[in-house]
Design a protein around this ligand. Structure first.
Ligand code: OAD
Length: 251
């Protein structure tokens, strides 16, 4: 870790744990980093995400228009990969945290469904779910957990081409889900921001909303992010090691 990153580290795990123990309202924002220890690749790691493509080459409406079979090949690869992984200690710790806090909202940018698998209930999947598909013709959205939907899956209702029900670059988030996320961060006392590079909007601005609403804001990440400087806590390390320690010995 570079010396400049160390400068941004603020607070310690025990102080954040005590802050959480006194909170009645907690919001959490997670990104790809929380699933990294389960074996799901992050978006902005070394090299391309899949066959040297970057997410921004494939996760766009333009890419799907141009070559739906390539985009489906990418999503079928991700379905197979994600379908074979297990939630990790950080996911389990957040499920425990939901049971300890009166008002708890988990906002995730991840489409892998691992927070539900771990047992969290109040989850806002602001970028959608890889396990849902939407018809490009009749817009019917259905759940389908098959590992491979083939090169050109079609709608069982109207025969139109299906697409993953995820939010692609350049697309708007569902306003109802985003509205609930904004309400949760504006009204929380503590916000945890875990495993996200904090560069994709509007998710990245949620921690700023929480801060301006008076919340204590804490980042847990392998490294410093553009938001570390305004965080009340910036804890750098693996989510799977730090998050479980926040929910230890509460009784
Ligand atoms: P990124 O891949 O941009 O960032 C992952 C973050 O997790 C980085 O800041 C890493 O330092 C951190 N990280 C990695 N492993 C970690 C670990 N074990 N513990 C803690 N932190 C760790 O992923 P996101 O921020 O989620 O959007 O990306 C945001 C959005 O951009 C995604 O939802 C997706 C993407 O392109 C769409 O597809 C619309």
């Amino acid at each position: 870790m570079a010396a400049s990153d160390l400068d941004y580290m603020k607070g310690d795990i025990q102080a954040l744990r005590k802050t959480l123990m006194n909170a009645e309202s907690v919001a959490v924002l997670t990104g790809a980093g929380i699933s990294a220890e389960s074996g799901v690749p992050t978006f902005r790691g070394e090299g391309g995400l899949w066959r040297n493509y970057r997410a921004t080459d494939l996760a766009t409406p333009e890419a799907f228009e141009r070559d739906p079979e390539l985009v489906w090949e990418f999503y079928n690869w991700r379905r197979k990969l994600i379908g074979g992984v297990q939630c990790n200690a950080a996911h389990h710790a957040l499920a425990r945290l939901e049971n300890l806090i009166a008002k708890f909202t988990l906002i995730t940018q991840n489409v892998d469904g691992l927070h539900f698998q771990a047992g969290n209930r109040n989850v806002l999947e602001i970028h959608g779910s890889i396990w849902r598909v939407r018809c490009t013709r009749c817009h019917l959205t259905t759940t389908d957990r098959s590992p491979d939907l083939g090169p050109r899956p079609v709608c069982g209702s109207c025969g139109g081409l299906l697409r993953p029900a995820v939010v692609w670059f350049g697309e708007a988030l569902d306003p109802e889900i985003l509205g609930k996320a904004v309400e949760a961060v504006r009204s929380c006392q503590v916000m945890l921001v875990i495993g996200t590079s904090s560069i994709v909007q509007p998710a990245a601005s949620l921690s700023l909303e929480a801060k301006s609403g008076g919340a204590v804001v804490a980042e847990i990440n392998l490294e410093a992010t553009p938001h570390s400087r305004f965080m009340d806590f910036a804890l750098h390390g693996k989510a799977g090691e730090i998050v479980p320690r926040l929910v230890e010995d509460w009784s």
